[in-house]
Write a protein that binds this ligand. Structure first.
Ligand code: UDP
Ligand code: MG
Length: 320
């Protein structure tokens, strides 16, 4: 069977009320535009009737498919599983709560197929969220832009479109669904675009993320920036810092020792070495330096053992 034009991947956790409407709306837009589709609903361990709804829907339409986790693993895991099985030439992710509008699908599809984008992220320019969420979100996106160098206004928008190859290349782990553009860029998919999309207020149910999302989100940003830079060469990071720290400590030690010897030889009154603040700075410098160096060395050893599988992406081949 040929690949469908579009796979819609929907991660969902306790969204029984939204599902029927969401699916109907998607189907209407897709068939109106003559797009062959599959809708992959990933039930992230819901404990309401979501899975039953999915089963009923799938009975009526073979293009509706479902995956069910045994327990709640989080949005990233749900997206990742959806990405593993989808086959559409264009893959669109969408939240299940109908805050994202399926009417955006044709536009996103066109940007990937006609305008050659690897990935297009929705931008909820006008948001229908409480102010406690919109202000931190602005800040968060600013920081993410700075770290990643990707000019997006809304990293965490649930509505995104990808070329199939992109989702097949990336691994969305932990809570990295906030940084999929980052992951894509890391794998060499550079043409990342943005489309202003309509955002709607949540109609049913309530948000599944609290304020802790900003703390975790920021920590994840630090990890991902660090990993994309230094994963394969940890020694460059730890080794540089370690050597610097050691060197500073070492030079200070030499200075102190030299001063002491010089002082004694001149018959001056000299301070005890342990009496000087500089001594402690030297000590800390040397110890921290060795520790950092060791951390880098161990990381390199671990690297050596882990195989290089899926570490780099081949874009095209000729004659091979
Ligand atoms: N979601 C999920 N697993 C979770 C939490 C959320 O699959 O553990 C889904 C949720 O059902 C929704 C999407 O992720 O389809 C976005 O969640 P939500 O609408 O609660 O987030 P918000 O819009 O507040 O950012
Ligand atoms: Mg939502």
């Amino acid at each position: 069977m040929p690949n469908p034009d579009i796979s819609i991947v929907v991660p969902l956790y306790n969204e029984e009320e939204s599902l029927p409407e969401l699916i109907a709306w998607n189907k209407r837009v897709l068939s109106e535009n003559g797009l062959a589709y599959e809708i992959i609903l990933v039930d992230d361990g819901s404990d309401d009737r979501s899975w039953e709804v999915i089963r009923q829907q799938a009975e009526q339409d073979p293009n509706i498919k479902g995956i069910r986790f045994r327990r709640n693993y989080g949005k990233s895991a749900a997206l990742n599983e959806g990405f593993k099985v989808c086959t559409g030439n264009v893959v669109i992710t969408m939240d299940a709560d109908m805050q994202d509008s399926p009417d955006e699908i044709p536009g996103l599809y066109k940007m990937i197929r006609k305008e050659g984008f690897d990935m297009v992220s929705g931008w909820k320019k006008k948001r229908f969220d409480p102010i406690t969420k919109t202000i931190p979100t602005k800040l968060f996106n600013k920081v993410a832009r700075g770290f990643s160098g990707i000019k997006l206004h809304d990293f965490n928008c649930g509505l995104k479109a990808y070329r199939l190859e992109v989702v097949q290349s990336i691994d969305v782990y932990g809570e990295m669904h906030r940084y999929i553009p980052f992951l894509a860029k890391w794998k060499g998919f550079k043409k990342i675009g943005e489309k202003v999309v309509e955002h709607r207020a949540r109609k049913f149910g309530s948000t599944k993320f609290g304020l802790e999302r900003f703390v975790y989100g920021f920590l994840d940003l630090l990890s991902i920036s660090f990993i994309t830079k230094f994963k394969r060469r940890p020694m460059h990071f730890f080794g540089t810092l370690g050597s610097l720290s050691f060197l500073v400590g070492f030079i200070i030690s030499l200075t102190i020792i030299f001063q002491k010897i010089y002082g004694i030889s001149q018959g001056l009154k000299v301070r005890d070495i342990v009496d000087q603040p500089l001594f402690y700075i030297a000590l800390v410098g040397i110890i921290v330096g060795v520790q950092l160096f060791l951390a880098g060395y161990l990381a390199e050893l671990i690297n050596l053992d882990s195989n290089n599988k899926s570490e780099y992406q081949i874009g095209e081949r000729i004659g091979l």
